[in-house]
Design a protein around this ligand. Structure first.
Ligand SMILES: Cc1cc2nc3c(=O)[nH]c(=O)nc-3n(C[C@H](O)[C@H](O)[C@H](O)COP(=O)(O)O)c2cc1C
Length: 161
């Protein structure tokens, strides 16, 4: 099963967290994962994916304008209807709006007809709530949580698809 992790990253933090999530997904079993910047999407791979993760830096307590533009104008090409989606965000500050960034992506993605999933608090600690979050590229705890988020997400995708 293919999973696409699609991120926007200017200074590398969100890209690095995407890679932690991908590492966790591979631990879930028979999964192929590709991390792709919004600037270099492998459209064929993405269209064949059963599940997607979107990651954005927090800009002004919301998703970045680049990610919003991507979802507005490009995401229709990914054929995501009925597929599984999750989100993550990075930020500089605790309380800086990362969860608002996540929720703003979720709102947009729902318009594309996706099924949103985060294991949240259902699998015990560490919780991922609406999606995993990291300050910059994450401390040790946040990096391990990002991996676990990936593993739990991929396990659910394998169960459903
Ligand atoms: C224009 C701009 C606005 C930002 N606004 C916020 C913010 O509201 N809250 C916050 O915690 N961090 C904010 N940041 C910091 C970024 O979210 C943070 O450094 C992020 O990890 C950058 O990701 P990247 O390295 O993948 O580009 C902002 C950064 C930029 C460039």
């Amino acid at each position: 099963m293919k999973i696409s992790i699609i991120y926007h990253s200017e200074s590398g933090n969100t890209e690095k967290v995407a890679q932690f999530i991908a590492k966790g997904m591979i631990n879930a079993g028979d999964v192929n994962v590709k991390c792709m910047s919004i600037d270099s999407i492998d459209l064929d791979y993405a269209k064949e994916s059963s599940a997607f993760i979107f990651g954005s830096p927090t800009y002004m307590a919301s998703m970045s304008w680049q990610m919003k533009k991507f979802i507005d104008t490009e995401s229709k090409k990914l054929n995501m209807e009925g597929k599984m989606c999750g989100v993550f965000a990075t930020a500089n500050y605790f309380g800086g709006g990362a969860e608002i960034a996540e929720l703003s992506m979720i709102g947009q993605l729902l318009v594309r007809g996706v099924l949103i999933y985060s294991a949240g608090a259902s699998k015990g600690a560490p919780y991922t709530h609406v999606g995993t979050v990291a300050i910059k590229d994450g401390n040790e705890f946040e990096q391990e949580r990002a991996e676990l988020f990936g593993k739990r997400f991929a396990e659910k995708a394998l169960e459903l698809f």
